[in-house]
Design a protein around this ligand. Sequence first.
Ligand SMILES: [Zn+2]
Ligand SMILES: [Zn+2]
Length: 147
Amino acid sequence: MTVSDHRLQDAIDTLKSSGVRITPQRHAVLEFLLNAMTHPTADEIYKALESKFPNMSVATVYNNLRVFKDIGLVRELTYGDSSSRFDCNTSDHYHAICNNCGKIVDFHYPSLNEVESLAEQVTGFDVSHHRMEVYGTCSKCQTEMAH
Ligand SMILES: [Zn+2]
Ligand SMILES: [Zn+2]
């Protein structure tokens, strides 16, 4: 079994223990998300699976993503535009976002967790989480721009 097979099996176990029925479409959406490290939109997932499931609609994909989100399998990333992106990496991490192609790449920087305790001390808030993005040009776009 590859790493993503393990993650798929774990995710399916989570669905089962949450009482969620595993339909072939639901399985396909989950598998696509776990294999795509690209933070796809519902529309991108729909386009990728359209040929396999001709009866599936974008709404179906969206409903499945909501189910996954509710039980904590995926995170929804909203960046102020209409198309949410979905992230199956639910560990604490940050995003680098390409200004040119919109690609999102994960990175980790655990020392930033101190920001939360500092914020609690300064503001008296009970801090739940924080979010940070860095913006720039991805390496692929840099290469393309150089030509
Ligand atoms: Zn790019
Ligand atoms: Zn991510």
